[in-house]
Design a protein around this ligand. Sequence first.
Ligand code: AKG
Ligand code: FE2
Length: 358
Amino acid sequence: MSPTTASSSTNILDFVVHKANGLKGLVDTGLESIPHQYIQPQDERLNTSQILISQESIPIIDVSNWDDPQVAESISQAASKWGFFQIINHGIPLEIVDNLKDSGHGFFSLPNEERKKYWKGNSSTDTVFLATSFSPLTEKVLEWKDYLSFHYIPGDEKSPSLWPPICKDQVLDYMKRAELVIKRLLELLLKKLNVKEIDKEREYALMGSLRINMNYYPHCPNPELAAGIGRHSDVSSITVLLQDDIGGLYVRGIEENSWIHIPPVTGALVINIGDVLQIMSNDRYKSIEHRVIVNGSKNRVSVPIFVNPGPHALIGPLPEVLGSGEAPKYKSVLYSDYFTYFFSKGHDGKNTIDFAKI
Ligand SMILES: O=C(O)CCC(=O)C(=O)O
Ligand SMILES: [Fe+2]
């Protein structure tokens, strides 16, 4: 398709979504300006000159000794104050992390026809699909992002044989290591909530379903008008994010209307608390809004692991937290209902967590 036909307004959705070229395919046609479907309303743009950028920064925590009580203390403090922190010396070798990022760039550099095989609906397995934006057929403004999403099932060797060969081993190598980090983090966070042990039922409610996405934010001709991801909180228990060295992730700060940049730190993982842990902790831990801006000249890759409850888990404030007679702020909800609600409403500024509020 020629650049002019791809850019004509009625054809954008058709070219990007129905023809499965993705935003990457659109950008590759040589866009000179952003199509109107991607232009955010003024009040949803992060204008760095209007918005106060906080001087305070999100903690970077060295976890080389997970058993050090100071590590648990720093993590639970950061989870309560910011909802976000970075960890370094987490034990996942830099080579595995770098290979994963490279394989993300590799996948999105494949010819359109190769990538299309994995488009949602075309993919030969439910455990991997390629998609764009958040909910492209229903949302008012599209997000400047494609993503390749994997459902990682520990021990399942069959599904990955149908994953894109260019990144399959890299995802598996990373996930095997990341699982240990996830368990450590959850153990520490839960211990500080007086939960002594994570038994099978709790494990299912905290990490019964693991999803790893490769987000791809192509360079954008008018980055100030677009959003890579609009402001949202994650519906996970925790999210473990690997980002490259480009930057663009902003987190809501404590002062009104302040947004704090999460600077890329080589080898670090960005951890954030999702809605599920905010609910379980009865608001001790915070699931904080965040957003992604895009770059005028560089293609950014980020790789979040959404550590989600299993679909049948009932999510509510933990008895250990309410032990001292504290009133619950949330009712118990079925995780699959929570998740469905999140996707039905889109990134529209409403908080998903209100769905469970008493
Ligand atoms: O790309 C990033 O830095 C953040 C991604 C994110 O917030 C998400 O995928 O939910
Ligand atoms: Fe997020």
